[in-house]
Ligand binder design. Structure first.
Ligand SMILES: C[S@@+](CC[C@H](N)C(=O)[O-])C[C@H]1O[C@@H](n2cnc3c(N)ncnc32)[C@H](O)[C@@H]1O
Length: 392
């Protein structure tokens, strides 16, 4: 249900999901723990933000001195460009500012900068934030925001869900360090998986319920079992979000502690593994490992593991070989005239020729048949193909 919220957000372009301070703090502090100078003398850009609503600007402004930042820039997107069903409201902060212009306030983006002690009270913090209107609406794709991107060393935000792919491409083309929030589905996008495979980008320090929820506006329906109101904020919980980054952190260098294949088959807590054999795929030379904690420590061949393995991926321990679909691997067998048998309904279905297959039927009793096999096959959930590193 919670996953549906983000799916709906993507579909309806409801991009007003705001990140909670505690989630930002938890993630950022992990990078500081690993490298206390990670932000020192750096220009940090927070695009798709708005200090009136969002905690990213507040968090970095409050920690400006502690992190040793050189400059903080954040930009917001104009109300009218958002095309949302949320009543327009000017804030006290805006109205009291000498820059406030009611004629353009709805149609222009804003830029907020912090790089010195404007009020000369001896500390650089949120009170020193300066702002002005942008020329345009603050679209991250505009030339003026691109210029800010090029000036920045590090880009951090929770981007609009509906433009996630474009947003990441925008960062990658400028070759910047970044930390952004995305959805687990993005890991299997061809262009993103390629970067993960080559270790150019990786997951942050947690996924799933690691991000405890997003603040949504009044007009958003509060659906999902974990939706709640906390300190007056309306919060929608998710279990499928993650941080994506190319900034190093300690967790990705922690090796998984694993049992041998024999021990897994003796002691695994999973009934699918205990006293079972590791299955081989029918159309590829690799074994199926249904759980990350069931990866056998002593298997040297290729293994298919759940996508969530990436949350535990240590590049010193494993190599990523390919994605378990046709974007990634080449099957060693093609099924002729494959038919799916789902909920008792038979249908011609070529899909099975683009994914890893196992012999038998899935848990629900669904399966595929084909002219050139005399057994049934099915596709496990999305898999990533990995291999133990030679030296691990
Ligand atoms: C998921 S929200 C996150 C807001 C804030 N970064 C945070 O995490 O609290 C994404 C924001 O991007 C804005 N946005 C949507 N399309 C945009 C675009 N093309 N350029 C810049 N911002 C955009 C949305 O209006 C929304 O405020």
């Amino acid at each position: 249900m919670a996953n549906d919220n983000l799916k709906k957000a993507k579909k309806a372009k409801n991009d007003e999901f705001y990140t909670q301070w505690a989630d930002i703090e938890k993630e950022i502090m992990a990078y500081i723990d690993y490298n206390p100078d990670v932000f020192r003398d750096k220009t940090v850009l927070l695009p798709c933000d708005d200090p009136e609503w969002s905690n990213f600007t507040k968090f970095f402004a409050q920690n400006f001195e502690a992190f040793g930042l050189k400059k903080l820039i954040s930009t917001s997107y104009a109300y009218e460009s958002k095309k949302i069903n949320i009543p327009y409201q000017t804030s006290l902060f805006e109205e009291q500012s000498p820059h406030f212009n009611p004629d353009i306030n709805k149609i222009k983006g804003k830029i907020f900068t912090l790089d010195h002690d404007t009020n000369q009270n001896g500390v650089i913090d949120i009170e020193d934030l300066e702002w002005r209107y942008l020329e345009g609406d603050g679209d991250f794709r505009s030339d003026e925001v691109k210029k800010l991107r090029d000036e920045a060393d590090i880009i951090i935000t929770n981007p609009p869900f509906s433009l996630f792919r474009e947003f990441l491409a925008w960062i990658v083309e400028a070759d910047k360090h970044f930390l952004i929030i995305g959805n687990i589905n993005c890991l299997t996008y061809k262009e993103i998986f390629k970067l993960i495979k080559e270790n150019s980008i990786w997951l942050g320090t947690g996924m799933g319920r690691w991000i405890s929820g997003f603040i949504v506006p009044e007009s958003y329906e509060l659906y999902g079992t974990e939706a709640r109101i906390e300190n007056g904020s309306r919060i929608v919980a998710t279990n499928n979000c993650l941080w994506l980054t190319n900034i190093d952190h300690g967790k990705r260098h922690q090796r998984l502690t694993l049992m041998s294949m024999a021990d897994n088959m003796k002691y695994s807590k999973h009934k699918e593994v205990k006293e079972q054999k590791y299955k081989k795929y029918d159309n590829y030379d690799a074994i199926e490992v249904p759980f990350t904690d069931s990866i056998p420590s002593d298997y040297d061949g290729i293994m298919g593991v759940p996508v969530t393995f990436l949350d535990k991926y240590c590049p010193e321990q494993f190599d990523i070989v390919a994605l378990g679909n046709l974007n990634g691997f080449t099957p060693n067998k093609l099924y002729i005239n494959p038919k799916s048998h789902i909920n008792g309904k038979e249908k011609n279905n070529e899909m099975i020729n683009s994914v890893l297959t196992l012999k038998g039927k899935d848990k629900k009793g669904n399966y595929y048949s084909a002219d050139n096999i005399d057994y049934y096959i099915y596709a496990p959930y999305a898999r990533i193909l990995i291999k133990k590193r030679g030296d691990s």
